[in-house]
Design a protein around this ligand. Structure first.
Ligand code: THU
Length: 160
């Protein structure tokens, strides 16, 4: 039997400790929650992306009466950014969630489907995408999507 460990590093910052550009991204993610269409879950998620050229692209979760057809905030933002700015690597994503009148104290980790899509971003642009998970008690920062999804299914796995 062999055994190995996979470690992920997470740094937790107070708002005042963040670099200005990250603070701006966190604010954009929070603001994006206001455009969430979530009459079924009443859980408003916002995502904000920082592109290589500095542009910020946002998205929010969009639900449907046929529940599985809705889309998470992360994928809404990523697919829109890749459509509008296909040549711009996405350098960072900030994610915030709001319900019952307040932002969440603890960060909301992206669902598995979004992690897989976020991973594809890193592989497509061959550069890491930083992940900022916003909680009202701190912003949890991961330097790469690989920290969220240590065992990755990528295009190389399709090669025989
Ligand atoms: N949701 C997101 O937008 N992002 C996540 O990472 C987790 C879940 C949305 C999907 C659905 O509209 C609502 O939150 C409740 O699951």
């Amino acid at each position: 039997m062999e055994k190995y460990e996979i470690k992920s590093e997470v740094c937790v910052y107070q708002d005042s400790e963040l670099r200005a550009e990250d603070r701006e991204l966190v604010e954009a993610a929070k603001q994006a929650t206001t455009n969430s269409y979530s009459p079924y879950s009443r859980f408003k998620v916002g995502a904000a992306l920082r592109l290589q050229d500095g542009t910020i692209v946002t998205g929010s979760n969009q639900e449907n009466a046929s529940y599985p057809l809705g889309l998470c905030a992360e994928r809404t933002a990523i697919f829109h950014a890749q459509h509008m700015h296909p040549d711009q690597p996405i350098r960072a994503i900030a994610i915030a969630a709001w319900a019952n009148g307040h932002f969440y104290e603890e960060p909301i980790p992206p669902c598995g489907a979004c992690r897989q899509v976020m991973l594809e971003v890193e592989n497509r642009y061959k550069s890491p995408m930083r992940v900022l998970l916003c909680g009202s008690r701190g912003v949890h920062v991961l330097e790469s999507v690989k920290c969220l999804l240590p065992f990755q299914f990528v295009s190389e796995n399709l090669k025989k």
